[in-house]
Design a protein around this ligand. Structure first.
Ligand code: ADA
Length: 572
């Protein structure tokens, strides 16, 4: 439908569905968009083109296009949940955005035109190219796909040009009484003083916006939620806020936000949620399923959350990239706490020497916080999984990332997963010390009883953290696990059997939850996933990371019952 009239308020529609697609393989990404020889086919957006049989394993440039309708004279904003790996977004042949992080949510402003039908074209490239795309490197232990991976939406902006671009709700110290700080970002060319704001909670209760301060780019308000209910994993109560931007009694634009009232703290060496000591029990989870690769349907996300709940989990680490907003919405509603992190995996000196990496990493952090700010399920922000944090070359990025995250969101905790806990140089900078470790799996070639290494290793790590003066910081075992090939049972109960994996996870949970310094454990990992291809996969049977407690189709391995028993045992 064409909107001949310009809208008075912004409104949004989905651009998911069939798009035209052409795969151009190994070509220059400066490809002509108009080339007549392109052969177009139809694909579904969102999807990963290389998760389909036709393009499995293929890397190269692909074009996506479709028509969009924007009323004449109105601007618009496009939202892309994720476009992987490298992308350029064009409207009517005009380049509007170039991006080089395949999990980052993107917002793109579309200028007004005198034509209502506009051509949206997206160029994607899933080839590794360090200079152009330093956020993605070929050695990451998960398969990196190409395509428009997540939801696409179009927001038509009001013709008068005054609109709300974001609403962020922060529960304050008196969150139990419903006290929140609300930041409203406004795009306008007028002085902010000419506007009034109107706030309605939970669809009914209008509150007074008198305590409102105009600041650069918008307003900051202190509001009180009527009938406040606290969010917790056992009682994940959510509230809604609708903010309207008004001028002279007329509503110019409105925007809604869903949020929860809760407080997360790290002190006295422990985590506290709503003032109560918190023990995290959970998993690392990749967004992945064999049917659609990194594009899992919302029904699968919900099924995964139900499995996590059944296992007795209250926590999931979204390894190792920005999370799909639909998954986070479900975690909010289901009461599953989340660690969300920026894309990163085991980078070393070469990466940190890249100026483009440093810029793109910072951009990734900003868009993660901007997009996910209101989810009560998120209790901590992470970045740089297993980077070289035993060395000086990461210092500028670690310092900048921790201070940026705190500046953007002082209400949550900051962490990174360290694989160098004994000589990590940056533990002073984080709120939660997160340790990735695999005692009894990697590096125990000559040991007759590898499982016996787990408990002493965790003891050694926590003692070393305390000896360095960080006794006040909670310690999370953020990864630990062993491979178990689904269906592989054998009297030797050796590595790769389901039984070794079961015993391993039992020991890991016992050693962690029995250690008073640990605030929790995130097992590596929820379900098996496809990983790097070719020679890189030699240590990964089937070219999969098989450390899932479930296989890739979510069939439980032997370890499932053992983890469930350990996680549902009452805390000591
Ligand atoms: C690391 C990494 C994970 C995974 C794991 C493993 O800790 O953070 O992504 O690769 O090792 O299975 O070895």
């Amino acid at each position: 439908m064409i909107h001949h009239l310009s809208p008075e308020q912004s409104h949004e529609c989905s651009l998911n569905g069939l798009w035209q697609f052409t795969f151009l393989a190994d070509t220059n990404p400066d490809v002509s968009l108009e080339e007549v020889s392109h052969v177009w086919e139809q694909v579904l957006v969102p999807s990963a083109f290389d998760a389909s049989i036709a393009y499995a394993g293929k890397r190269g440039v692909a074009l996506y296009r479709r028509e969009i309708e924007v009323p004449v004279g109105s601007g618009a904003e496009l939202f892309f949940g994720a476009v992987s790996m490298w992308s350029r977004i064009y409207v009517d042949g005009q380049l509007l955005l170039e991006n080089a992080c395949g999990f980052e949510p993107l917002r793109v402003r579309v200028p007004a035109s005198d034509q209502p039908r506009r051509l949206l074209t997206v160029v994607v490239d899933n080839r590794f190219d360090f200079d152009r795309i330093p956020m993605h490197e070929h050695y990451f232990d998960f398969y990196q796909y190409g395509g428009i991976l997540r939801d696409v939406r179009l927001r038509i902006l009001p013709e008068h040009g005054n609109w709300i671009s974001a609403v962020r709700v922060t529960p304050m110290e008196h969150y139990r009484e419903g006290i929140v700080q609300v930041d409203v970002d406004v795009v306008t060319e007028l002085r902010l003083e000419v506007f009034q704001l109107n706030a309605v909670f939970d669809g009914a209760a209008e509150v007074n916006c008198a305590d409102c301060e105009a600041r650069e780019g918008g307003f900051r308000l202190k509001l009180q939620v009527p009938h406040p209910e606290v969010w917790s994993p056992d009682s994940p109560r959510l509230h809604q806020l609708k903010i309207s931007l008004r001028q002279g009694g007329q509503t110019l634009d409105s925007r809604s936000a869903q949020f929860g009232l809760r407080r997360i703290e790290a002190r006295e060496g422990q985590l506290w949620l709503n003032g109560e000591k918190l023990i995290l029990k959970g998993y690392n989870r990749h967004e992945w399923h064999p049917n659609g690769g990194p594009c899992t349907p919302v029904s699968q996300m919900m099924a995964d959350i139900q499995i996590l709940k059944d296992l007795g989990c209250n926590f999931v680490r979204g390894s190792h990239y920005h999370q799909d907003q639909k998954f986070l919405d479900l975690c909010d509603a289901m009461g599953l706490m989340v660690w969300e992190e920026n894309l990163g995996w085991g980078q070393r000196e070469k990466t940190f020497a890249s100026k483009k990496f440093v810029t793109d990493h910072e951009k990734g952090l900003r868009s993660m916080v901007a997009e996910s700010y209101n989810h009560p399920s998120i209790i901590m922000w992470g970045f740089l999984n297993e980077a070289g944090t035993n060395a000086e070359y990461v210092r500028p990025v670690v310092e900048a990332s921790t201070s940026l995250l705190r500046e953007l969101d002082p209400s949550r905790l900051v962490t990174f997963a360290s694989m160098f806990i004994m000589d990590d140089k940056y533990l002073d900078l984080v709120d939660v010390i997160s340790i990735n470790c695999y005692p009894g799996w990697y590096g125990c070639e000559d040991h007759p009883e590898p499982l016996s290494l787990i408990e002493p290793a965790i003891e050694k790590f926590t003692a070393s953290v305390d000896a360095r003066g960080f006794g006040d910081k909670p310690i999370l075992i953020s990864e630990i696990g062993a491979e178990g090939l689904y269906g592989w049972r054998d009297p030797h109960n050796d590595f790769f059997t389901e039984t070794y994996q079961t015993r391993y996870l039992q020991s890991a949970i016992e050693a962690t939850l029995g250690n008073h310094r640990c605030c929790g454990i995130a097992l590596w990992h929820f379900s098996d996933v496809r990983t790097y291809s070719g020679g890189w996969s030699l240590k990964r049977p089937r070219a999969f990371n098989n450390k899932g407690t479930l296989d890739e189709y979510r069939r439980p391995k032997e370890a499932y019952a053992a983890v469930k028993a350990a996680f549902t045992k009452p805390d000591k």
